[in-house]
Design a protein around this ligand. Structure first.
Ligand code: GLC
Length: 427
């Protein structure tokens, strides 16, 4: 039996469907976003498996020749969004942005395969080479020195755009005189108090200018671009995705890929230790040029469990931080430590709660046997959606829904958790 909330969630996915790809929400985000699509696919899988696969297939249609799957695919020009295709100049068809986003796709494909049948295996098989090329791109272009730790070249590559994690890297960016005037669109849709500041926006565009001018040469971006930071979110999501890709390779009999993936996993075990900040006793973001650590614990730090990263001692320390942080808010899990001076309960990624991050954290905590913590975060997420609706993000103190309404990935998380299918049991 579907509840009325389930029906509402299905209605949101259908309404945001633009024919083969789904927008995160109407107007504010009018294109196809990388990790949003992966979560959308999970939601669709609860009522239309063919449509779920289409979502991932259309995302991979935008893959660059070098393997990158971009963070936004511009399938049509939409003046409601800035910065659009003319600013990025990707020179690809379809046009896209010039960097990537957290690579959750292989993990979601594995879920579809494990909860499905032969038809699902065949759809996964057809995508396998593209997924492998995407992971290869991440390791080669975002970790050119093979340290086992990938960097991100833009805060937007983290998917946690405006997090205080990036402040140390952003502060070092020098905005050139010839950046030129531009007109933001996000603050016309959403209260500017919840969005990034003008100074931050100039810096975001400075990185894009550098990328455009070097023809999106990704090794050049990693070595000499204006921004290069280690992100616990991308690192842990990639570690888990590598593990899930290896499992897919085994299931599909893709022998030749297996040793290559196993090598990435081995390197990453050491690489993630570069993110352990002894001063905070936690995994934190780090500027890979200056080696300076961010001193804040974020919801992405908690993805250590999802990746199975770190020692037992480190995971115990992270679980203790999780308890402390949850005790400090009404609804978990906040995107930034509420005891830190930079915490802001309503501003984008500087405090609010995101359902998709909770989904990943809960999956990891359950795998690590921390079921009490997992249940608490899941229950908080449910309460948020039940009382506020399918918002983009939520205030961890008041539960107020913030950002875009009728949001695709929030609806998807509800469906996966709500309908009691195999997927939700696995989560
Ligand atoms: C924002 C988020 C990003 C997301 C996008 C579309 O840019 O920070 O993670 O993919 O919106 O929902």
């Amino acid at each position: 039996m579907r509840s009325s909330l389930d029906e509402e969630a299905i209605g949101i996915l259908k309404a945001n469907d633009r024919g083969g790809f789904t927008v995160p929400t109407a107007r504010l985000y009018p294109y196809q976003w990388n990790w949003d699509s992966a979560f959308a696919a999970l939601g669709f899988a609860e009522f239309d498996r063919d449509r779920a696969w289409r979502e991932i297939e259309t995302l991979f249609e935008a893959q660059w020749p070098d393997g990158m799957v971009p963070h936004i695919v511009f399938r049509q020009n939409d003046p409601d969004y800035f910065p659009g295709p003319a600013i990025w100049q990707s020179n690809t068809e379809p046009p896209s942005s010039g960097h990537s986003q957290p690579p959750v796709t292989a993990s979601i494909v594995l879920r579809l395969v494990e909860s499905g049948g032969t038809a699902d295996i065949e759809r996964a098989r057809a995508l396998f080479d593209r997924m492998l090329a995407f992971h290869r791109w991440f390791h080669a272009m975002r970790d050119p020195e093979d340290t086992g730790l990938v960097g991100i070249i833009h805060p937007w590559e983290s998917g946690r755009d405006n997090c205080p994690d990036w402040d140390i890297g952003m502060d070092r960016i020098v905005v050139p005189d010839d950046l030129g005037p531009y007109q933001r669109r996000d603050t016309e849709h959403i209260d500017p108090a919840e969005r990034p500041s003008a100074e931050q926006y100039d810096r975001y565009l400075t990185i894009i200018k550098f990328g455009r001018e070097c023809g999106w040469d990704h090794v050049e971006m990693a070595r000499n671009g204006p921004f290069y930071m280690g992100d616990p979110g991308v690192q842990f999501i990639l570690m888990r995705a590598d593990r899930d890709l290896l499992r897919l390779a085994e299931l599909l009999g893709e022998r030749s890929a297996q040793s290559e993936i196993a090598h990435w996993l081995e390197r990453a075990r050491d690489g993630c230790q570069l993110l352990w900040n002894p001063a905070v006793n936690a995994f934190c973001a780090r500027d890979l040029r200056t080696r300076e650590f961010s001193d804040g614990i974020t919801s992405a730090s908690m993805l250590a469990f999802y990746a199975g990263a770190g020692s037992d001692e480190q995971r115990d320390a992270m679980a203790a931080h999780a308890r402390r942080i949850l005790d400090d808010v009404e609804f978990g899990f906040p995107s930034f430590d509420p005891t830190h001076p930079r915490f802001e309960s309503k501003r984008y990624w500087r405090g609010p709660v995101w359902a998709i991050i909770n989904f990943l954290i809960v999956d990891g905590l359950n795998n690590a046997g921390e079921t009490e913590l997992a249940d608490r975060i899941k229950a908080d997420t449910r309460r948020l959606i039940e009382t506020a609706g399918f918002y983009e993000y939520f205030d961890p103190r008041t539960g107020e829904g913030l950002g875009g309404a009728d949001f695709t990935w929030t609806a998807a998380v509800h469906l996966v958790w709500g309908s009691g299918s195999t997927n939700s049991q696995a989560a």
